[in-house]
Design a protein around this ligand. Structure first.
Ligand code: SAM
Length: 149
């Protein structure tokens, strides 16, 4: 038996073991990491791809998901120190997966939030001025409509 055949047999045995094991994850939580950032149809529990990843791949291996959906498999790959590649035909699925798998610097994120909040506060403090300049730029019909309301 060649080395490749021997390896394939090992993976086949492992796969059979996984498929005949308990794959019911109803009582497990998916509320960790960024898994629940966004809803998506037909999401499966993260424990499912996690089991396949842990038992069929090694540290630093590549996990390829050609139909990423909302990225559950890709996320589990990252959480378990695998390199990941994902594709999808749906741009929304790709965007959700990108957001869920992007690592942010927490301090930078807090700085950005504070910056946005202080700009919003200063806009609110000048809201009378802003509203009147906005109102002055409206056309006559829109002004009539607003005044009617
Ligand atoms: C149920 S989701 C897959 C879940 C995903 N494997 C995960 O880990 O969360 C199915 C995805 O397959 C995608 N899809 C369907 N046909 C496709 C195709 N021909 N090429 C790429 N993606 C496709 C859909 O857009 C959808 O996002």
């Amino acid at each position: 038996m060649s080395l490749t055949n021997a390896k394939n047999n090992i993976y086949l045995k492992k796969l059979k073991n996984i498929l005949s094991s308990d794959l019911d994850f109803h009582n497990f939580s998916s509320n960790y990491g960024s898994h629940n950032f966004h809803s998506f149809p037909a999401k499966f529990p993260p424990q499912l791809p996690q089991k396949f990843i842990l038992e069929l791949t090694e540290y630093n291996d590549i996990v390829l998901d050609p139909m990423v959906g909302s990225g559950t498999t890709i996320l589990e790959g990252l959480f378990n120190n695998r390199n990941t590649i994902g594709f999808d035909i749906d741009p929304l699925a790709l965007m959700i997966t990108k957001v869920k798998t992007t690592f942010y610097n927490k301090n930078k994120l807090i700085d950005s939030f504070n910056n946005i909040a202080s700009q919003a506060t200063s806009l609110l403090n000048n809201s009378d001025e802003l509203l009147s300049s906005y109102y002055n730029n409206l056309d006559v019909t829109t002004k009539e409509f607003i005044n009617y309301c």
